[in-house]
Design a protein around this ligand. Structure first.
Ligand code: FES
Ligand SMILES: [Fe+2]
Length: 356
């Protein structure tokens, strides 16, 4: 597939950086190119390890159009498997739960937690049937700081290599010791990049968050730390006013969205995107805490309320941006120095999609 050209205009200099053209958000061909060159080649976060803690635990996820089941086997190994039956394509698992094996509901072919075909009724008269060749295809899966990532590309570089830059920034925070304490879900009728861009900058604290975050972590104090050139992630520091807590925003491209709150005790918020198509995704906001905070029910409920409130403020903006992009008069505008992370993101997209 050739370049989509929408990213060809991404500037090499922050000082001349512009927002993306509307077609980058609206065009199905752009989304298909992103699916092909990014979502099917990069490490994508799908779960936390505590969601797959025991042997037999599994959850299903659709990644870049590939229906998967992620499981933990009896040997404690994680697997990311196609959940499409090798007989006639019926999905062999749905939702999440704990199972000894995956049995296809159609003709009861039975697969192990590692994807091997264990049994298949009434296949003994078929010369074409070879049990050893009918396992569920499996994909690279690995864990970073308690986050389970899957890569649909067999030849992908190791996850640790991909996350090395981010690793250094959060090494002291103990993300691996946290667990999900609360989750909020929101159907999101926007292109995925609308949310990523909203997440990356705190310039907008002066707008939708004027009565919330702008009081605790004002827009004009936010800054992007020094990052290596050609980085595949970005970061944003949000210094507090006196009495408030600092927080940092991290985005591992394409769509690993993380906030680390460094108050008295560190906690984190993970925005997980289930990207459906060019105009929609499902968002789950997971709140992560360590003990003893994690067992403080009032604290967990209060934190969830605050995050819901903040996201409702962001929803109004994302709805507006998505609608505005459809105007024939919409066109790229210049970026503020407070939006350096967007420029990092755009350069990443340009690199990955082969534009320019
Ligand atoms: S489709 Fe799965 S056993 Fe036939
Ligand atoms: Fe926001």
């Amino acid at each position: 597939m050739s370049g989509t050209s929408v990213y060809a205009g991404v500037s090499d200099r922050m000082e001349t950086a512009m927002s993306l053209p509307p077609t980058a958000f609206l065009d199905k061909a752009v989304f298909e190119a992103e699916t092909d060159r990014i979502f099917r080649r990069q490490w994508m976060p799908v779960a936390r390890v505590e969601q797959l803690a025991e042997a037999g635990d599994f959850l299903t996820v659709d990644l870049a159009g590939v229906p998967l089941v992620v499981s933990r086997d009896e040997e404690d190994a994680l697997h990311a498997l196609s959940r499409v039956c090798r007989h006639r394509a019926m999905p062999v698992a749905q939702g999440e739960g704990n199972a000894k094996a995956f049995t296809c509901p159609c003709h009861l072919w039975r697969y192990g937690l590692d994807g091997r075909l264990l049994s298949a009724p009434a296949m003994e008269q078929s010369d074409a049937f070879d049990r050893g060749k009918c396992g569920l295809p499996s994909f690279p899966v690995d864990v970073w700081q308690g986050f389970v990532f899957v890569n649909l590309d067999e030849g992908a570089a190791p996850l640790a290599e991909h996350m090395a830059g981010l690793d250094a920034l959060v090494a002291r925070d103990g993300l691996g010791d946290m667990r999900i304490v609360s989750s909020l879900t929101f159907p999101s009728p926007w292109n995925w990049k609308v949310l990523v861009e909203n997440f990356i900058e705190s310039y907008h604290h002066i707008g939708p968050h004027a009565e919330s975050l702008q009081h605790s972590n004002p827009a004009f104090g936010t800054y992007v730390p020094e990052l290596p050139d050609g980085t595949s992630f970005t970061a944003l520091e949000n210094p507090p006013v006196e009495g408030a807590d600092p927080f940092s925003v991290y985005v591992g491209f394409p769509a690993f969205l993380l906030v680390v709150l460094r108050g008295e005790t560190v906690s984190a918020v993970w925005y997980r995107l289930d990207i459906r198509d060019e105009a929609s995704f499902d968002l789950t906001i997971h709140i992560l805490m360590k003990e003893p905070k994690a067992s403080d029910a009032d604290l967990v409920t209060g934190t969830a309320e605050v995050l819901r409130h903040i996201h409702l403020e962001d929803i109004a903006v994302c709805d507006g941006v998505q609608a505005g992009l459809s105007s024939p008069a919409a066109a790229p505008g210049p970026l503020s120095h407070l939006e350096r992370g967007l420029w990092h993101f755009h350069r990443y997209l340009k690199r990955m999609t082969g534009d320019g």
